[in-house]
Design a protein around this ligand. Sequence first.
Ligand SMILES: [Zn+2]
Ligand SMILES: [Zn+2]
Length: 217
Amino acid sequence: MIATGDTTVFRTVGVPIIGPGWNGIDMEVVTGAVPLPAFRFHPDAYATVFEHVTGTCDACGHHRDIRYTSSFYSAHSPDYICPWCIADGTAARVFNGEFNDAASVEGAEGDLAIHDTRVLTDAREVLEVTTRTPSYVSWQQERWLAHCGRPCAFIANIGAGGLAAFLHEPDFADDVDAGAGYGGEVVRRWLTADGDLAGYLFECLSCGAHRLHLDAG
Ligand SMILES: [Zn+2]
Ligand SMILES: [Zn+2]
């Protein structure tokens, strides 16, 4: 533990303490380590868009051992952004950038695809998605789906084999059959978690409904 100014910083040794859901990396409990911040709109982000590399965060200047690896839209090109600087908005503020484009959030102001103002998405939560939420990796520009007037949480990539668990949900079935310009039969047969026609699973934070975004490479 080291003190820097009025902020007490806990240095971690090796891998910091993290919650369940982390894939593929041995966990090491370090006494006094600060838990990694949670991202409610991207709860499994640590499994996919962070890597363990030691370095100095370009936003906060602290020595860290975990770095963000996905999209960041800014005139600047920071090499190292730590998860704490994503969660508290520091990186977005320091570099005047966004992790997710506001126009890509379904129902947000500026979303050209919106046809129904009843689904206008909560502006404060859109801001949380754009400036304080790690993006996910997709072929083209990410799209952030919404439900119940709120941005959904991005859950995981999904292939054809995973669709059955959610097809009884009307809005999910609509996404499969007509949501993205591909025929439902094509999606049900060819969708892969990370192939040429990739699926991205979202979940509503209010009602638990699921949505599907498709992207072709
Ligand atoms: Zn930082
Ligand atoms: Zn909902």
